[in-house]
Structures are given as C-alpha cells and as structure tokens.
Design a protein. Sequence first.
Length: 498
Amino acid sequence: MSEGLLPAGWELVVGLEVHVELQTTTKMWCGCSTDFGDEPNTNVCPVCAGLPGALPVPNRQAVEDATLLGLSLNGQVAPRCRFHRKNYFYPDLAKNYQISQYDVPLIHDGHLDVEVAVGTDDGTGDRYETRRIRIERLHMEEDTGKSLHVGETGRLHGADRSLIDYNRCGIPLLEVVSRPDIHDPATAQAYLRELQSIVRATGVSDARMEEGSIRCDANVSVRRTGDELGTRTEIKNLNSVRSLGRAVSYEAQRQVAVLEDGGTIRMETRHWDESTGVTEILRVKESVTDYRYFPDPDLVEILSPAERVEAIRTRVPELPAAARARLDAAGVPREAAVTVVAGGSLPVYDEAVAAGADPAGVANWLTGDVAGQLTAAEVTLEESGLTGAHLAELLALIDDGTLSNKLGKQVLTAMVERRGTDGPARIADDLGLKQVSDEGELRGIVEDVVAGNPDTVADIRGGNQKAIGALVGQVMKATKGQADPRKTNELLRELISG
C-alpha cells in the first residue's frame, strides 16, 4: 500500500503512539487544577513536585474516562491493573520518574476501523477502503511539565537558557498504542483523525493538537517485501495530521536510501522539523529494560469489576463512523458529513434538523459559510453562541423568500458578532435586510429600470440574453441588494418581451 512512495520491493511499516490529556478538573494524583494557559508554576503542589513524603492518590474520574475511551476503541478492560515507576531523566518532571503502566495496562486488544480514500482503477475519482488498525494497549500515566527554550530557534540547540513550567506535570495522560498495521501515510493520517474524533465524541478530552492535549509519536520502519520487521525509529511529538503524513513519508524514504547505500538503521528517537521537512536525531532509543520499571509502592491496584465496566459501557456515545453513516442516509454529501462530524458541529446539525431544516442544507452552511465566519471572527462554534435553532430559522427565512442567500450571509455575520444573543429574524429587522419580494413594489422599480435603459432593452430583444444581468444589477442597486433575484428576473423578462 506504499506504492509510489518507496521504490519497488520495499514496504513501509508504521505503529502510532497517541497521547491524550484527559479533561478532568484536577490532576492524576492530587487536587491541583488542570486549567490550560494559567501563569507558569501556579498549579503545583508537593505531589506534583515529588517532594519527600508527598503521596499520590489516583483520580477516579480519570480511570473512568480512560475506561470509556478504551471501550469506544473496542478494547478489553483488565479486571485489575497497576501503576509502575518508569525511571528516566525527565528535566521537566521533578521527581525524576514517571508513574505509568507496564505489563498490565488498563485496556488491551482493541481496534479502530478507518476509511482511507484510494484512487479508483480507472483513475476517475476516489473510492474508500476500510482498514482495521489493531490497538495493542491503552495505558494511563501522568504528563510531564513543559520546557521553554529561550533563543532564536526555540529549541534546546542554540538556546540561551531553558525555563520549566510544572503546571502540566501530573495531568492525567492516556497512551494509545497501535500495532504496526499501518503501511502508508494516508492510513496513518486517517487513524489519527478518527481517533481524535472519537476522543472528542466521548468528551474525555478536547483533543486540541495546537494546545498539546493530543500528541502523536510515529514508529517507522521499512523492509524488503516479505522480510521480518526492520529496525524502527521513533518520531516524537508530531502536532498535526499534516505533519504526521509528511514526517512518515520523509523518514521512510530516508531509511530506504540508507539501506540501499549499504548502511544500517539505528533504533533512535528523531525530531520532525516542520520548516525544513526533515527528521533529525535526538537520542539513541532506549530499550524497555533501561527504564527499570517496578510497581509503584505508593499506589494500590486498580480494580475494574464487570458491573462497573458495563455501567461505563452504557455511556459510550454515538461514535463518528455511526454518525457519518446517519448523515449519509439523510442525503448529506460524504465530504460534508466527514467535516461536520470531525469538526464538532454535529450537535448544532442535529438541533437544526430536529427543528425542520433540510439536512444537506444545514451541513452545507456549517461546512461553508458558518465555518468561514468563525474563522474570520477567530472564535469556535461554541464561543459564537450560534445554535441549531438559529441556523434552522435562518434557512427558513431564506427558503420562504424573506432573505436572499446573500442577505442570509449578512445576517449570519451579525449573529456571530452578537455571539448568538439575537436570532436571525430579529437581526434582519434591526438591520433592515429583508428581501423586497412584494410584486407590486418590485414591479414599479423594475419598470423604472427598463424605462431608463432603452439601449440595453433593445440589445436583449435582439437576442443578447446575457445583457439582462446589467438590468438585474441596477434593480439590486436601487433596492440596496434586497430585491428577490428570481422575481426580478421574471418581471424583467415579462416587461421586455411584452
């Protein structure tokens, strides 16, 4: 499946490790806030800092949220699991070890089915293939703090000094580890997108890559077709779906070039440089024995009785694949359905459709004009205050001729500016934007335009039907863009032909 990316006879093999920060109110082991963007080192306590005698206590909500996500990924829940200490030098984790899980993770043996666009045999378009990616494990751990390297590059190399913010230290973190079932960049990207959508659907995290609440590491290797797995390298902290695809592509081609030149691939950790489009070595990759895992003596085992697991299973929501299928059945175009579900606008869509709006029309506005307005205003859909009821009302005003499509967009702009405090009808009244569709009023304006443009009228009567657009424009100018275009055209043709 990596044809075209690698020379003939080579195969790409990828496994992904996706880290998800849970959206709990407090941290994994203590009562410190998890709020993003607070002043550095203000959400820290003796437990976060690993001070002697400070004892961790597991966050029950974090365990339940992790179980919910694991069930949503078709995983099996371990009846009992435990936490280990992973010993490693973390400059931004003060106690110098990370509490994680080792041989018995909370979730094991799940899978995720992803749809990947592939070219049709005749090359005329796209078709979609469903590919199953097995999930080896989902385990719980704590996040580390954040290092800020001060200097021109923003990286450790070339920095004047480094600062550490421990606020993120101890935030509940899930690591979702896939099997090496991915063989091309497009499938890797589809997997990450689908996983991100599922995380959002469950509500356990906002999954914002730009804020680091979901991060991806890619384990990449190549092999001759039919050979055993090759030596892998790990690309750390990829922060976008686009970066994942580019990094996997580059690293695969780099490894093939090294091997074909007689070299060897080392097991190492590499950094992806988005600006140069290359991976660079960070360090030689550690083996599992280097971490010296041992059970954390301060923490008891986590028990997951069957009745508790089944209670959590009832909270599994409609997942993205089912939501897309539902929109498809309602007549929503595939690409629009994908965008609505992945972009988090499904609740607004559902509310608008429940209020009587056309499903395809709602999806078209959400993925087009609404998305454009939100981008221009630099707000999220939630922050805009725009509801499904608002959108249904706006589309009804357009359908009944009260507003033209153009005027509807102006009303939408005002709704976003007012953060949803006023509905479309109220805004249209306030701004005087209602469409002129009364035939008597509009006929008088059209008659004046026809009478004032005898040359254009003669041109139209002579067969140049395109010239009617100039007269429509003059009617629109006279009505400040509020004339009903359909009725305007009808009246112009009636008067000119008469």
